[in-house]
Write a protein of this length. Structure first.
Length: 294
């Protein structure tokens, strides 16, 4: 994998952001491996991008299960997943669904983990991601919901943009729906992880069932009624920027379910400024993986 940003070659930037895990994923895993992480990947004819997702998952050093919830692919997705079954704990379930959030809910109903998340077929985790997640939750029992640094890439595997400042999010702003286009900007789902108790507390499947495009946005609002979103100063996952994504192809439909119109999917200039100021002032709230290792 080739990284364009030189910043990824150094463990910290000037704000103390953890960009690589130089302590080693193995050390993090051995120190805090007390529970299981369940990752759900909803798919439908995504074999062309899924292989990178699976390959990066096979590099993880953590106790986890990966459930690929397939909606009836005819492009070899099932056969592709089965090739990886000997490399790590992954399994595929194929059944009809009514969309991405129905697939996520079906996958979650089969999950055994204490920590939950879902990952798009064309997104992927960096090699230290799940060991870092183990360490953060293992050493911070009060934390229920975390997010890594936003990172963006392209189909050829390049990571071309990483937020240089660990963003700190206001719980009230998430709860009120201000994290959307034209305001503070959307939260990055691929870098989020949460405890099962939070998922159960908000009855997440019933929330996701109401939406076809923006179920994640409304789920974060529900989470924020009960829990603070904590930022981890590490790049955990990469959001693959592709015209084939639902949020790219169906922007108007997504924003209609959000309930706020905007000219594009970006944050407003004042939202970026406000987010940056608050992140600098509240930097002490950022969780740092190096503090999880004794």
């Amino acid at each position: 994998m080739t990284f364009r940003l030189n910043r990824l070659q150094q463990p910290y930037d000037r704000y103390g952001v953890w960009l690589r895990n130089d302590l080693g994923a193995e050390a993090l895993h051995e120190d805090c491996a007390t529970f299981m992480i369940s990752i759900i990947t909803p798919t439908l004819n995504a074999a062309s991008v899924l292989e990178r997702n699976l390959s990066m998952m096979a590099k993880q050093q953590a106790r986890f299960e990966h459930i690929v919830q397939d909606g009836g692919s005819q492009d070899g997705t099932v056969e592709l997943v089965k090739r990886f079954e000997t490399l790590y704990n992954v399994r595929v379930h194929q059944e009809a669904d009514s969309g991405i959030y129905d697939a996520v809910a079906k996958g979650m109903s089969k999950a055994k983990g204490d920590i939950l998340c879902w990952l798009g077929a064309d997104d992927y985790y960096l090699p230290w991601a799940l060991a870092t997640v183990e360490a953060i939750f293992g050493r911070n029992p009060e934390v229920e919901w975390i997010i890594g640094l936003p990172a963006f890439g392209y189909d050829d595997g390049r990571v071309v943009k990483v937020n240089p400042l660990a963003p700190v999010y206001w719980q009230a702003c998430i709860r009120r729906g201000w994290h959307c286009a034209g305001r503070l900007g959307f939260l990055e789902q691929e870098a989020m992880f949460w405890r099962r108790c939070l998922w159960d507390k908000v009855d997440a499947p019933s929330i996701l069932a109401r939406y076809k495009y923006a179920g994640d946005y409304h789920l974060w609002r529900a989470f924020a009624l009960h829990s603070q979103l904590s930022t981890v100063s590490s790049v955990l996952a990469v959001f693959n920027q592709s015209p084939s994504q639902v949020s790219s192809r169906l922007r108007s439909a997504y924003l209609a379910e959000v309930g706020h119109e905007a000219p594009n999917m970006e944050a407003a200039w004042w939202g970026k400024l406000l987010q940056r100021v608050f992140s600098v002032l509240a930097n002490r709230r950022v969780l740092r993986p190096e503090l999880c290792v004794t």
